[in-house]
Design a binder for this molecule. Sequence first.
Ligand code: ATP
Ligand code: MG
Length: 430
Amino acid sequence: SLRQKKKLTIRWKHYIIVYRCFVNIHADKSGKGDKKIMKFHSFLIKYGEIGIKGKNRYLFEDALVRQMRFALKDVDGSFYVHKSYGRVYVDCDGDYDYEETVESLKRVFGIVGICPVVRLEDRGFEQLKKDVAAYIGEMYPDKNKTFKVEARRSRKSYPKTSMEINCDLGEVILETYPEMKVDVHHPDIRLNVEVREEIYLFSEIIPGPGGMPVGTNGSAMLLLSGGIDSPVAGYMVSKRGVELEATYFHAPPYTSERAKEKVVDLAKLVSKYAGPIKLHVVNFTDIQLYIYEKCPHEELTIIMRRYMMKIAEHFAKKDGCLGMITGESIGQVASQTMQSLAATNAVCTLPVYRPLIGFDKREIVEISEKIDTYETSIQPFEDCCTIFVAKHPVTKPNLERIEKSELNLSEKIDELVQQAIDTVEIIKVK
Ligand code: ATP
Ligand code: MG
């Protein structure tokens, strides 16, 4: 799968770095350089800064730090996520799993780039020159590259200015590796040198997922089925910083315990990006049977969908969610024509977000593979919607007709809805 391929690539890159470090210790080019293994001690986190000035910046950064801590909680190693000098860092003390750390950070919305950092104790400028040459030597076996040094001093008492550091270190690199050339406009390698208490070197940027940290944009209720679409829909809205809750409707004994477990598994996979999800599992059997008994069968799906929306909205409002999310896309099935969407939408007062509305199935599948929900979504378990489904459902429902059919349901439906609400099972997914 795509994920395994990516994992392999990262593992491969990591091994190359480890291998190079190993070779370097033994080759010891400088003849008297110290024998410390160069490893990445920290990650500098780059995030988009547009629109996050002033007070928003703090909210954004605090949420980012919180989500990063959550993402790293199960990773091997001990991590210290912190803000300093207007930047966000992860310090990795002792041994840690590099590959897993990067994989986890790549799932934190708001991160645009992840830079692995080598931290050096400040032992004078002469030592720094050697360390920088060694760093370039290890990181870039192919020296046929252009570069630029970009120094930044957070510690202003350092004896050299940023310009002097740029020039002097540039000179060392040119002397050590004559194949390399300086290009200040479009260098292949941008070597960042940050002078703080320690000295930070970094030059690689691993792309992050972008978006905004979860928790910076309120919360919304996802209608989560066991299909391909709704987990992707949840992912997309949460990417914009929205915290998720979810509601799943099942119909035991027509749907199995295993079908429910599949939905819990999907919620878990989405929560790797979105953070903890409060999942509401609603028993929909009696409502479904009652609608089946009282309403025209070709309208069953639409009427069921309307009751799903009503019930999910009840839980949404109760918890202060500001909207609902579905995985609908125009024309995908009979219940997702423009007329059907209008009929379903009519029961809600909260805005309903449908982030996949203009996507083809193929495009949705692509995202579900990328976020690793696809394999779980295609496991074959029955869905409560499909059990009583008519052979020829209405594709252009008329709202008035639907509302008229619903009159057949009398007050008993309100009791059943209340009963479904009262017997909800809440699962905290994380
Ligand atoms: P999905 O792949 O997300 O199941 P779908 O293509 O099967 O979507 P439908 O079954 O018509 O399409 O469902 C449309 C949307 O309604 C889903 O994306 C989901 O948001 C919601 N939904 C459908 N069934 C359920 C369910 N059993 N529980 C909760 N939400 C549901
Ligand atoms: Mg479905």
